[in-house]
Design a protein around this ligand. Structure first.
Ligand code: SF4
Ligand code: MG
Length: 325
């Protein structure tokens, strides 16, 4: 397995108390596999990814338990310089906001080129050639002419392609993309997502796709992990989950995807708000918002029940949820 996150716990120590952002997450990604991690903001999906990348280590975020196995080594036990090398060369992250991730006063060619001069010891001339090739590869038109442009001279979609090029530059084995298309309009979203999926296949990388939108991952993900209040509440191969969610929260997320055949009808929204991580509700954390909640849900934390091969649901009533579709 390329990446295996085991029983990960992350806490934030704030003045008001300890916020439990990640509470025992397990997931894995194989080479060439795409895992979509889904959930509302505050579900712990980004924090888990930051822990994997090793960009959480500044206070007040703290990994309080678990293992992160990458190519069979626990990243949490590496020396800082080795950890930095893994982060710089073997994994890469793509963020939602390319404009704030790119350096505004360096040309795109300089930024891409740095990947090769710093990490591969290439000459500036060779690095420039590689940069143009990369820009071609992510289908930026007229790459040769545009390599000297600054980030603000590109459209949002083109900037996101540049971010993808930066992430791919050193051919890492794992890419984590955190809401990579959320800031883009719908048509551009699909193009960028397709490009990411295509490069991922070509390079046989593992990809973790973090999103709040089930609609954008249907065609590219192999499997899905749905997170709520720092826990995984459902995991499934991608197709099964669309056909029959086994958790009421997933069901709510599915119903809130805009669909052409429901045009004009009001969009469904899950009632209520995600919990405050300082005060996660007892029992099933979703119970205050769940239309199926019973007494047991208010007291007993549901384990991840086995639904079928590769499918798990943390709902006491997963069978009823499946049947009630
Ligand atoms: Fe709803 Fe209960 Fe299932 Fe939680 S365990 S999702 S509250 S039915
Ligand atoms: Mg986030």
């Amino acid at each position: 397995m390329l990446l295996e996150v085991r029983d990960l716990h992350v806490e934030f120590h704030t003045r008001e108390g300890v916020a439990k952002a990640v509470n025992g997450v397990n997931y894995s990604v194989a080479e060439g596999e795409t895992l979509a991690v889904l959930g509302e903001s505050g579900s712990g999906k980004s924090v888990t990814a930051q822990a994997v990348m090793g960009i959480l280590d500044m206070p007040p975020g703290k990994i309080s338990g678990g293992e992160i196995l990458f190519k069979d080594r626990d990243l949490l036990k590496l020396k800082p310089e080795e950890r930095r090398r893994v982060r710089g060369q073997e994994m890469a992250m793509i963020f939602q906001d390319a404009l704030s991730s790119l350096n505004p006063v360096m040309t795109v060619g300089e930024q891409l080129g740095e990947m090769f001069t710093v990490h591969r010891g290439m000459s500036r001339k060779d690095a420039r050639t590689r940069s143009v090739e990369l820009m071609d590869r992510v289908r930026i038109p007229a790459a040769k002419e545009r390599v000297g442009n600054y980030p603000h001279q590109f459209s949002g979609g083109m900037r996101q392609r540049i971010m993808i090029a930066m992430a791919m530059a050193l051919e890492p084995s794992l890419i984590i993309a955190d809401e990579p298309t959320t800031a883009l309009d719908v048509t551009v979203q699909a193009q960028v997502m397709d490009l990411l999926a295509e490069l991922q296949r070509e390079l046989n990388m593992g990809l973790i796709l973090i999103t709040h939108d089930l609609g954008v991952v249907a065609d590219v993900a192999d499997k899905i992990a749905v997170m709520y209040a720092g826990r995984i509440v459902e995991t499934s191969p991608v197709h099964d989950i669309y056909q029959a969610p086994a958790h009421p929260y997933t069901k709510g997320l599915l119903r809130s995807i805009p669909r052409l055949d429901r045009k004009g009808r009001e969009l469904y929204a899950i009632r209520g708000l995600p919990p405050n991580l300082l005060h996660i509700p007892p029992g099933c954390a979703f119970h205050p918002r769940c239309p199926m909640a019973q007494d047991v849900c208010r007291t007993d934390v549901p384990p991840l029940y086995r639904v079928s091969d590769g499918r798990r649901s943390a709902c006491h009533f997963w069978k009823e949820t499946l049947d009630a579709r």
